[in-house]
Design a protein around this ligand. Structure first.
Ligand code: DGL
Length: 268
């Protein structure tokens, strides 16, 4: 039995995984969180499978130096490509973003036609389609790589009123709605920020945030195993592999508030 006060370790290629941290703070405010953003190697979504596995292994090796009660792969790309490698390599309860979002999509879709927006590497892995079909054999999954969206969000362009945002999104959405999908998974750490913009373009679509589903599922699991932290006074620690100030500035985009905690740069 793990110490329930131990950290929930969360990692991502950069600051995008803070969309997961934000949900942990909202849904489980007592939890102690240890975050690692591999900013030196960002983005993962355009990299090869071999590189992503190598980076993810190093990320978890770093976090594993602390006392963790669970590990969350906040990065959709790392979860879709490196999950099996991490499970083999580390003796940790490993949670991710793909399975909870896939499960939710399989549950809520009425016609079984599901769209996935994700990075190039996530789409190439076919992880979402495999997981969705695990829950719903008849599902028809259409995955689309949306490489323009991460840079857009990183540049703080995600508001629905922004014509550049809606034009790019419309172009991507057209390629998915043509298949008659009724459910869409935002399969990337950055895309939850685009939720309002997406929803305003496809108001009837069931839109799923992988970051939110991941934390709902983590909470359920910690509850079931009696692992929720019941002590208040939660601790947050942030580590990155490149410039700490740049991360702090970027963090504000994903947290929607200033990151006041210390950010420490380490080499992994
Ligand atoms: N964190 C990545 C993901 O969720 C997006 C950014 C990147 O490409 O590294 O897929």
């Amino acid at each position: 039995m793990k110490n329930r006060n131990a950290y929930i370790g969360v990692f991502d290629s950069g600051a995008g995984g803070l969309t997961v941290v934000k949900h942990i703070e909202e849904m489980m405010p007592n939890e102690n969180i240890l975050y690692f953003g591999d900013t030196a190697h960002l983005p993962y979504g355009t990299k090869s499978e071999k590189q992503i596995k190598e980076f993810a292994t190093n990320d978890v090796a770093f976090l594993n130096g602390f006392e963790l009660k669970s590990l969350v792969i906040a990065c959709n790309t790392a979860d879709s490509v490196a999950r099996e490698t991490l499970i083999k390599e580390f003796d940790l309860p490993i949670y991710g973003v793909i399975d909870p979002a896939a499960r939710k999509a399989a549950e809520v879709s009425e016609n079984g036609k599901i769209g996935i927006m994700a990075t190039t590497a996530t789409v190439r892995s076919d992880a979402y389609a495999k997981r969705i079909r695990h829950y719903r054999k008849d599902a028809e999954v259409h995955s689309l790589a949306c490489p323009l969206l991460v840079p857009l969000v990183e540049n703080r362009r995600y508001k629905k009123e922004d014509i550049v945002v809606s034009t790019i999104l419309q172009e991507y959405l057209d390629q998915l709605t043509v298949h008659g999908i009724d459910t869409l998974v935002l399969g990337c750490t950055h895309y939850p920020l685009l939720m309002d913009a997406v929803q305003s373009l496809v108001p009837d679509m069931k839109v799923i945030s992988s970051s939110k589903e991941a934390v709902l599922s983590l909470k359920k699991s910690l509850e079931m195993t009696g692992q929720l932290n019941d002590e208040s006074g939660s601790e947050r620690r942030f580590y990155v592999s490149d410039d700490a100030d740049a991360f702090r500035a970027n963090a504000e985009v994903f947290l929607n508030e200033k990151l006041t905690r210390e950010v420490i740069q380490v080499s992994v």
